[in-house]
Design a protein around this ligand. Structure first.
Ligand SMILES: [Zn+2]
Ligand SMILES: [Zn+2]
Length: 374
């Protein structure tokens, strides 16, 4: 296929700033928008494709280097909404509206702009992607002990949120009620909507907000949620923290966030804070601690029993151990998150206690050792 020149498409220099690219795009988009007299759908698509790439630092870099992009919309020469840029629940990932908002000199409704692009791209090729409504994501923080971080823990948390109604399972209808044709859209599931935008007055087709596109509404409303399908609740949620979690890691519980009428439920994110342990520290999947031992044990060797995270831990000090030597007890560390049956090791760092005071007798014995050449 022919190589596209995105800079030419937008009529900007290769060294154009983000701002210049943005301005060029909006000027051209306003001119070629298919609903305008000067409109040209093919041209509009091209402009948009160029903008998708050049407005994104990563994609622009790829394009400058390789003449194409590797991720998401823009490289999609067949037109269409671009596999990666749109959809994904949120709709308009590829557009950078936020920066434009700060530009100041142009004044229009950003939500409208989203709708316009949404409708246009949704319409391309027929049966395009509909914008999916999505409930709010929620997040919470959770403190757990060091031991719980090693072996995992289950906790129940009471969360206030908007949930799907349990009586009607989100339909908004009284259980067993008949479904009727939606009076707002006459069963089409879509309604015409006229908006004033920078491109002039534009007509677009929107999903009906009464039936959420299904074209049907229940004859009798659910008594629990008064037909909303969702309601404010306190929900008891069981959170399973897997073994081996690290301080600061975030768990994601898909679909456990807030519900929204006629849409997808958001996610729940749980940030884990692990309280440190006084004796043991974590190093990857190993646990490490420092053990004081007697000078004679260092020389003659000996057995020690200490408290591990999971009960007693017995280990042998080899004869002639040196300060800072690390003894390894296999399989008494942190369970691997990939394979619960595999655990890291317990590592014991040796600290030899040199006596500060000696009895007369002990001093005599040490003197004898000295004579031995030790
Ligand atoms: Zn209900
Ligand atoms: Zn309707």
């Amino acid at each position: 296929m022919a190589q596209k020149n995105y800079y030419e498409t937008l009529g900007v220099d290769k060294k154009a700033s983000k701002d210049e690219i943005k301005k060029a795009f909006y000027k051209l988009a306003a001119k070629y928008h298919p609903d305008k007299k000067t409109g040209d759908e093919a041209k509009f698509k091209e402009i948009n494709e160029a903008y998708q790439v050049l407005s994104n630092d990563q994609k622009r870099k790829e394009y400058d280097t390789y003449g194409q992009t590797f991720s998401g919309a823009g490289s999609n020469a067949s037109g269409g909404p671009g596999a990666g840029g749109f959809g994904a629940g949120q709709g308009f990932g590829g557009f950078d509206f936020s920066g434009f908002q700060q530009g100041g000199d142009m004044n229009f409704d950003f939500e409208d702009l989203g709708d316009i692009f949404g409708d246009i791209f949704g319409g391309f090729g027929g049966g395009g992607r509909a914008k999916t409504k999505r409930g709010r994501d929620m997040s919470l923080e959770m403190d757990i002990s060091f031991e719980e971080s090693i072996f995992g823990v289950e906790r129940n948390v009471l969360i206030s949120k908007v949930s799907t109604c349990k009586t009607c399972h989100g339909s908004g209808g009284k259980p067993g009620t008949k479904m009727e044709t939606c009076p707002k859209c006459n069963g089409k599931g879509k309604i015409n909507d006229i908006k004033r935008t920078i491109f002039g007055a534009m007509q677009s087709v929107k999903t009906c907000d009464e039936c959420h596109g299904s074209g049907k509404v229940p004859k009798e409303k659910c008594e629990t949620c008064h037909g909303a399908g969702v309601l404010n609740t306190k929900e008891d949620i069981k959170i399973s923290v897997p073994p081996g979690i690290n301080n600061g890691e975030v768990l994601r519980m898909s679909g456990m966030g807030e519900a929204v009428q006629g849409g997808q439920t958001g996610d729940l994110y749980i940030k884990i804070f692990v309280k440190p342990n006084k004796i043991w520290k974590r190093e990857g999947n190993d646990l490490i601690m420092t053990q004081d031992i007697k000078l004679t044990d260092a020389i003659l060797g000996g057995k020690y029993v200490i408290d591990a995270i999971d009960g007693k831990l017995e280990f042998e000090i080899p004869k002639g151990v040196s300060p800072n030597d690390i003894l390894k007890v296999k399989g008494r560390g942190v369970p691997s998150m990939q394979n619960k049956n595999h655990r890291g090791d317990a590592l014991i760092k040796i600290n030899i206690l040199i006596p500060k005071k000696l009895s007369k007798k002990a001093e005599g014995l040490i003197e004898d050792l000295k004579k031995e050449g030790l």
